[in-house]
Design a protein around this ligand. Structure first.
Ligand SMILES: NC(=O)c1ccc[n+]([C@@H]2O[C@H](COP(=O)([O-])OP(=O)(O)OC[C@H]3O[C@@H](n4cnc5c(N)ncnc54)[C@H](OP(=O)(O)O)[C@@H]3O)[C@@H](O)[C@H]2O)c1
Length: 253
């Protein structure tokens, strides 16, 4: 039985950084299944190592989830690590976004992440780990990024409760909460208007490779919540201390 890792959203950004960090890690399993929709990008990554197995899967569709489920069922590997990194967000008020975009964001960020976490469980054992990429956007409601922030709150709540359910099994689940990270995410979020973060976000934007390496460490240590970066940790504390209504009033004045 081969030991594998599964990394979703591996064709770019944080997911891709996880693949690279895992390849350098001492506990890298025999195979890394990498998934996304853009197969050409995944195939390019195969040149990094023969451990990499590219799998084209659109996680917004039942067929996409089924591709991973059937491969698990036919190969029956031991899943040492699942990284749920596939995610999306679109900026703009709810009234200005299409219903289908709202549906897609919730489906990808919440439903596919939860379903995959469930589907890998029969293939996991003590020492296996799941990493769910949440966001500091989860800490407070974000007008203008409403659905995204709410979907990431779901990821934190899901991870915390799931980790509790798994107590005694030796399987660890970690919610990773980065602030802005330099990837393709912002360009997609702004419909191509801005490929880079601006203002304060630019100042604190993190490097995906460093984030991935630090997140793997946090997951090995069994951390349930991992907030990455000094400013993000400060924001996390502030979000617990300041009443949400007051925070929104000051911040969005
Ligand atoms: N970048 C940031 O500032 C930031 C901050 C906090 C949290 N995050 C979170 O980090 C995670 C990774 O984001 P990123 O920054 O790496 O963004 P990214 O560079 O845009 O990567 C997103 C990944 O998700 C995949 N994906 C998108 N739609 C998919 C679908 N329908 N089915 C399967 N895969 C799909 C994309 O691959 P394909 O397009 O090839 O399918 C891509 O590999 C997300 O959950 C995001 O919310 C990002």
């Amino acid at each position: 039985m081969s030991r594998i890792a599964i990394i979703t959203g591996a064709s770019s950004g944080i997911g891709k950084a996880f693949v690279k960090a895992l390849l350098e890690a001492p506990d890298c399993p025999e195979r890394i299944w990498i998934t996304a929709r853009r197969l050409d990008r995944l195939e390019q990554m195969s040149s990094l190592s023969d451990k990499i197995i590219p799998i084209k899967a659109d996680l917004l569709t039942h067929e996409g989830i089924e591709v991973i489920k059937s491969k698990l069922a036919s190969e029956k590997p031991e899943v040492a690590l699942l990284v749920n990194s596939a995610g999306m967000g679109r900026r703009g008020n709810i009234a200005d976004r299409a219903s289908s975009e709202i549906e897609d964001a919730v489906n990808l960020n919440c439903i596919s992440l939860s379903v995959l976490s469930r589907e890998v469980l029969p293939y996991m054992s003590s020492g296996s780990r799941i990493i769910n990429i949440a966001s500091t956007a989860a800490f407070l409601p974000q007008p203008g990024f409403t659905v995204y922030a709410a979907s990431k709150s779901y990821v934190i709540s899901f991870t915390r409760a799931f980790a509790q359910e798994l107590k005694g099994t030796g399987i660890k689940v970690t919610a990773v909460c980065p602030g802005p990270v330099n990837t393709e995410f912002n360009s997609l979020a702004t419909d191509g208007a801005s490929s880079e973060f601006t203002g304060f976000r630019k100042l604190v934007a993190a490097d995906a490779d460093k984030l991935a390496a630090a997140s793997l460490k946090a997951s090995r240590r069994g951390r349930v919540m991992f907030v990455y970066g000094f400013f993000q940790k400060a924001l996390h504390v502030a979000s617990k201390l300041i009443p949400v209504g007051l925070f929104l009033k000051i911040f969005y004045r």
